[in-house]
Unconditional design. Structure first.
Length: 289
């Protein structure tokens, strides 16, 4: 990294850190009232790069290698170590584009864990202004309000840290937030600083994606063994690629992924690592070391 870039990152992170520190101190914000959220892409079929084909073989088909279909997952954690319910955004315009209520473990996902499955109302799975508003209304605000009531702090100011994605910077979003939830302050992860100042990206998503990758493999293995045990030859084995089936499979994947990260020890360890990086940047910039 060039000296000019180093100065830029150190200055930017220092300013962001001090803005955080001022808000927490000035508004007496407890750890439970600070949430970091991050979006990640989940593929319906996570293919590997390995194969049992002979070295030098041509046109080797690898299951899932060219699979581009997927959905966007919104993950949120609080500094206190809580993991908020997931929001999963699927491409499509109708409920048919979502996991069906008959999918395995659907009641647990939407009832016990309070997951929200939403369609983008478009032919892609990217978050929109509507899905951002629903995340705040259905997941973030209820989480904060529960703890405001629990601690008898009805006027508590809260912090929501998100990245500098285009939708987050729209005037429409900020006007809506300030008018509907003026007590939730939006703090941005500085541009190009995701790996340094985004707790979800630093550690939570890594554990989650590792778990989801394992679950993809288990699904394929179970499907393969079922066909082989039924008498199919290896060349006759096929893999289910219909979108409704994959959408229903995703419910179980998300439940297992959530349970893998829903551990205060894991979340707080990530938060401490994130705080350490920021503290080092602050000291470096302040002391000139």
């Amino acid at each position: 990294m060039q000296p000019v870039q180093e100065i830029f990152f150190l200055t930017t992170l220092t300013d962001t850190f001090l803005r955080f520190a001022w808000a927490i101190s000035n508004f007496h914000i407890r750890a439970v009232f600070v949430v970091n959220s991050d979006q990640t892409l989940v593929y319906f079929s996570a293919g590997a790069m390995e194969t049992y084909a002979l070295i030098g073989s041509k046109q080797v088909e690898v299951v899932g290698k060219d699979e581009k279909r997927g959905f966007t997952l919104m993950v949120g954690v609080s500094i206190s170590g809580d993991v908020l319910p997931f929001q999963a955004i699927y491409s499509g315009e109708t409920p048919a584009s979502l996991p069906s209520p008959g999918a395995p473990a659907y009641p647990k996902a939407t009832g016990d864990l309070k997951f929200h499955f939403e369609s983008s109302k478009d032919n892609n799975h990217w978050p929109t202004m509507a899905t951002m508003k629903s995340y705040v209304t259905d997941i973030l605000a209820p989480y904060f309000e529960f703890h405001r009531e629990k601690f008898n702090l009805p006027n508590q100011i809260c912090i929501w840290q998100i990245d500098c994605w285009s939708v987050h910077r729209f005037l429409e979003y900020h006007s809506w937030m300030s008018g509907t939830y003026p007590w939730i302050c939006t703090h941005f992860v500085p541009a190009n600083c995701t790996a340094l100042f985004q707790p979800c990206d630093i550690g939570i998503q890594q554990v989650l994606k590792w778990q989801l990758g394992n679950l993809h493999s288990v699904t394929l293995s179970t499907h393969t063994m079922g066909q082989l045990n039924a008498g199919a030859t290896p060349s006759q084995v096929t893999f289910e690629k219909q979108l409704p089936v994959l959408q229903d499979h995703s419910v179980g994947w998300l439940i297992n992924g959530y349970e893998a990260i829903n551990n205060q020890e894991i979340v707080q360890k990530v938060i401490l690592e994130y705080a350490s990086v920021v503290s080092i940047c602050l000291l470096t910039n302040t002391l000139g070391i």
